[in-house]
Design a binder for this molecule. Structure first.
Ligand code: TLP
Length: 351
């Protein structure tokens, strides 16, 4: 359909497929606060097994997954080491400070990645004066880093350094599925290097809501308690868990299609005069920069919206476009053409 909106704002915008909705409608449910929801229990066991961990806890969102994991592994006044481009710092409304009372010490490096040397230099020795370094957070894939994939050897180095210093490690694996689809590695290959791992079903996997935190039984007992405290303990949550189980079974392989679409989108956009691609595109995210003479990122997104293409400005000149389940290869071709038309119009005016 020529007038269909092409929504590239995020991979969170997908709507459940007919088969997913059937799985939701048919889900066996119970009161999960009482531990009685068989579908939630099944999802938690399945995720624990996939991650190679003792247990998992189902939570409504990726934000709650990260924050419950941080809360469970820190004390107020502790310090968390994370990249300055990480989601927990930029997009979780200051929750580490508000909910856990922790400070964040930022690492830096290209595409949201950092290495063992930074863990060593940012870690603070035990002293009555210093905050206590407690936790390192890694994000894989790295959202603001262009959907960057952490090389497994770099994860190993960071983990070894952190553990050597007595720090715990959390993986924000909202899009760990994309990293695995791209590399062929299993989730547990990454997860083994972390004490806790969050993963989302509502991004590339296409479920309407739901994330899990996994780790050892003692830490998951704490996460379970904080889930309740944060208001995330749900009742007949099996209707959601059924969508997540369906996504695990049916939507992991196809992430490679999103990656191919993103590569094509980046190539097409990069060929438009005045557009550049600032970072590699290894998974499903494309960031592109527009020259100032073509307008700001926000203006370009407004003009695109009028033509039926939705994307998000993420900087003065930077736009994010994300490929997902509801975007076909044909829609990507149309989007490239429409961006070209919108910018060519402006180009002519600017010239
Ligand atoms: N990211 C969203 C926005 O919040 C930016 C998006 O559209 O990409 N970790 C990572 C790496 C994420 O990208 C997100 C969502 C989350 C955690 C939080 O997940 P939710 O939105 O379920 O709380």
């Amino acid at each position: 359909m020529a007038d269909q909106v092409i929504d590239l704002r995020s991979d969170t915008v997908t709507r459940p497929t007919a088969a997913m909705r059937r799985a939701m409608a048919e889900a066996e449910v119970g009161d999960d606060v009482l531990g009685d929801d068989p579908t939630v229990n099944r999802l938690e066991s399945r995720v624990a097994e996939i991650m190679g961990k003792e247990a998992a806890v189902f939570v409504p969102s990726g934000t709650m997954a990260n924050q419950a994991a941080i809360r469970a592994q820190t004390e107020p006044g502790d310090e968390v080491i994370a990249h300055s481009d990480s989601h927990i710092i930029n997009y979780e409304t200051g929750a580490p400070a508000a909910l856990s009372g922790v400070m964040v010490r930022t690492a830096s490096g290209p595409c949201g990645l950092f290495d063992a040397d930074q863990v060593e230099s940012l870690h603070r020795p035990l002293s009555d004066h210093f905050p206590r370094s407690a936790l390192v957070v890694v994000e894989n894939t790295q959202n603001r880093g262009g959907g960057a994939i952490w090389p497994i050897v770099q994860v190993e180095r960071v983990s070894r350094a952190a553990r050597g210093l007595g720090l715990r490690l959390h993986l924000d694996g909202a899009r760990l599925w994309n990293a695995c689809a791209a590399t062929g590695l299993a989730p547990k290959d990454y997860a083994q290097h972390f004490d806790t791992v969050s993963c989302c079903f509502s991004k590339g996997l296409g479920a309407p809501a739901g994330s899990c935190v996994s780790g050892n039984a003692a830490t998951m007992a704490r996460v379970h308690r904080f889930r309740k405290m944060l208001g995330g303990a749900m009742r007949q949550a099996g209707v959601l868990a059924a969508a997540c189980l369906h996504a695990l079974d049916h939507h992991r392989e196809r992430l490679r299609d999103d990656h191919a679409n993103a590569a094509r989108l980046a190539a097409g956009l990069g060929a438009i005069p005045g557009v550049s691609i600032p970072m590699p595109v290894p998974t499903n995210m494309v960031f592109f920069e527009v020259e100032r003479r073509l307008g700001t990122a926000a203006e370009v997104c407004e003009r695109l919206r009028a033509r039926g293409v939705l994307a998000l400005p993420t900087g003065p000149q930077r736009v994010r476009a994300v490929c997902h389940l509801d975007v076909s290869a044909a829609m990507i071709e149309r989007a490239i053409g429409l961006v070209g038309e919108v910018l060519a119009g402006r180009h002519a005016m600017a010239g």
